[in-house]
Design a protein around this ligand. Sequence first.
Ligand code: AMP
Length: 415
Amino acid sequence: MRVLLIGGGGREHALALGIYADPAVAQLVAAPGNPGIADLAITRDVDGASPHAVAALAVEVAADLVVVGPEAPLVAGVADAVRAKGIACFGPSAAAAQLEGSKAFAKDVMGAAGVPTAKSRACTTRAEAEQALDEFGAPYVVKNDGLAAGKGVVVTDDRDAALAHAEACGRVVIEEYLDGPEVSLFVVTDGEAALPLMPAQDFKRVGDGDTGPNTGGMGAYAPLDWAPPGLVDEVMDSVAHPTLAEMRRRGTPFAGLLYIGLALTKAGPRVIEFNARFGDPETQVVLALLETPLAGLLRAAATGTLGDHPPLRWRPGAAVTVVLASEGYPTSSRSGDVITGADRAGIIHAGTARRAADGALVSAGGRVLCGTATGPDLASAREAAYALVDGVTLAGSHRRSDIALAAVEGRVYVP
Ligand code: AMP
C-alpha cells in the first residue's frame, strides 16, 4: 500500500510511526511532514490545506490511501478532492467536518441526535452574550464558533473577561460549565460501522495543577484505569452511534476519526466537543499502545469496510507523552532556537525544522516536540517519558511536571 499523509505536527509524526510500522505499507509520502517524519517518509513541500494540491499529489505518487491529520484541510475539502480522483481517503468530507468546524453546528447535531452535552446558546451580539452568561452563571464557558487550534475556549469566573472573549470572537457558543474529569475517546468510523480506540486523558492548560491559559495540549496518558467500567460502551451507544446516524440522515455521513471530548459529570458523561480528526497529543499515547496495523485500519474506514475489520488488539501496559513547548507558548512562541538531544526513539516532532544553512534541528512552533514512552505500568511509562524530554535542550523551553501524576498517585476523581 502507498500512503500519503497530510500534516506536519506531533499527531502526524505519531500517525507516520504507526503507518510505517504496518507491514502492508510499501511507501509513505508526507506533505509537508517535519524532520521527525522525514526519517520515515518521503516529504513533499505541498500545501496540505489546498484540496487541489493534495489531490494532484495523491495522483502523482499513486497513493492507495490518503490520511489527513489536521482539521483545517478537512474543513477546506481536501478529503472530497482526493475522493473525486477515485483515491481512498481517511478523513471526513468538508460537510461532515463541520462537526469540528462550527461549534454551533456540532451543538445542533447533538441536539437532534439526543446526545448528552452542556446546554448552550449560539450568540453573535453583546446582548445575546450577556443574556447567556447570566442564564448559565459562573464559571463561564465561551467558545469561538470556528476553528481556533484548540485555543478558542475561555473558561473563567470573570464575567468581563468572558464578555470580552465573546466580543473578540464575534460568533460564539456560550454554555453551561461541566464539572468532572475529562476523557478523550477516538472513534474510527466508515460512516456506519464504528470502532472505539482506547480512552486517553490530555492536559489542556499550560501550567502545573491545570493553571494558566488553554493550549493545544501539554501531555497525555492512557489507559485510564480509574474510568468507570462500561464507559466506552455507554459513549458508543449514547454519543457515537446517534451522532453518526444523524449525520447519515442529513446526507453528510461522517467517515474518518470522530474525536469525542467528554466530561464525566456526576450525572454521567457529557460531550464537551467533537473533533473531526485525531487529537494531539492523545494520538501519541493511543497509537503507542495499538498493536493492530494502523494503515489497514484506516483503509478499512476509508473504503467502507470497517464492519469486516477484526477486533482491535492492544499492547499491555501504559503510555505517557510530555510536550516540550517553546518560550512564551501559548501566548506567543519563539522559533529558530537550536534543539539538541532529540535524536532518540520516542521523541515525536511537532514544531521543528531543519535550518537551511547547516541542517541543524531548530524550533519552529509553540509545541516543539514530545517525549512518548510506554511501560509495564503508568509510573514507569511516565518516568521514561520525562527522561526523554529532559534529555532535550532548547533555550527557554518549558513543560508541565504533572502529566499523569494524579493517576499514578491514585488521585483521580471518580464520579
Ligand atoms: P474545547 O475546545 O471545546 O475542547 O474546549 C477546550 C477546553 O475547555 C476543554 O478541554 C475543557 O477543559 C474546557 N471546556 C470546554 N467546554 C467546557 C464546559 N462546558 N465546561 C467545562 N469546561 C469546558
